[in-house]
Design a protein around this ligand. Sequence first.
Ligand code: TXA
Ligand code: MG
Length: 317
Amino acid sequence: MTRPAIPITTNPAEAAERLRAGGLVVIPTETVYGLGADADNHAALGRVYEVKGRPAGHPLIIHVADLDTAGHWADTSSAAAQALAETCWPGPLTLLLPKRDRVSDIITGGRDTVGIRVPAHPLTLEMLRLHGGAVAAPSANRFGRVSPTTVEHVLDDLTGHLNPDTDLILDGGPSTIGVESTIVDLVADPPEILRPGGIPTEDIERILGLSMGAARGPSRASGMLASHYAPRTPMMLVSDRASATKLADGNTVIIDRTDDLVDAARHLYDDLRRADRAGVDRIVAVLPPATGLGHALRDRLTKAAAGRGPEPPSREG
Ligand code: TXA
Ligand code: MG
């Protein structure tokens, strides 16, 4: 018997209604697709972990329509929070802030902080406005795998895990940025970048008037592992095109988009998924420079290759 398909819509009102009814909604964002649940619905939040295959200790970020709504879920009163939110929201920035009491332990894994952001995708923003509350959403991939930037990627990972009777996919086309949000920990003093992402480190530094040089390495968000965002194909990292070509014997795919970092970010996860589908023996990826989106690209490529390549990545758990 063929499995019934997960319904797909482009109507934000239908998506808001599904969330209210306790279903999971896959949401398009400018970074990657998310697997969303109403942040007040404990049963739905539990299903996010189940569908994703994610261990309980790994907290979820919540998504809201605007800075005012964020204030109902987190303490956004600090000057740093206001400056970053006003400059970067809607956009690929997650702020780690002191949580309000109403935020469930299922979302935070029992922490007293919550990660929160206003995503920049018009359909998801409209859904959030209609919903009025908060939507908890990790990336809509199975745990440890490559994040999804298209509905096709989501279906590859989550078909058979989502429930066609209760769940829905909001189709907003390919994600335009293509790597996850930058996570800034504003509870730490001084603030730290826990995960480099869609907003370059340099922009955060400029807005905060701080140098965050020491925090520029691979991401340290709680629950992040050395190996993550991983294709099934063994992958190695090199520093330039010539080394990639030297290594590319036989059945190899080279990923080198170092000329255009915006384009590199937009295509990164699709490149990794395509290499898996092509059934090649290995992927050789050229590391971009550590500037702009290069911070996020280096982080994701290093994690994707963890334990597999000749240049061992740093491991800080
Ligand atoms: O761009 C994004 O941020 C996407 C889209 C869907 O918004 N979401 C996303 O969520 O990447 P996720 O769950 O795949 O990654 C969020 C990371 C996780 O590593 C999680 O451990 C960390 O943020 N995190 C969330 N809340 C946290 C908290 N209270 N303390 C420390 N780390 C936290
Ligand atoms: Mg993720």
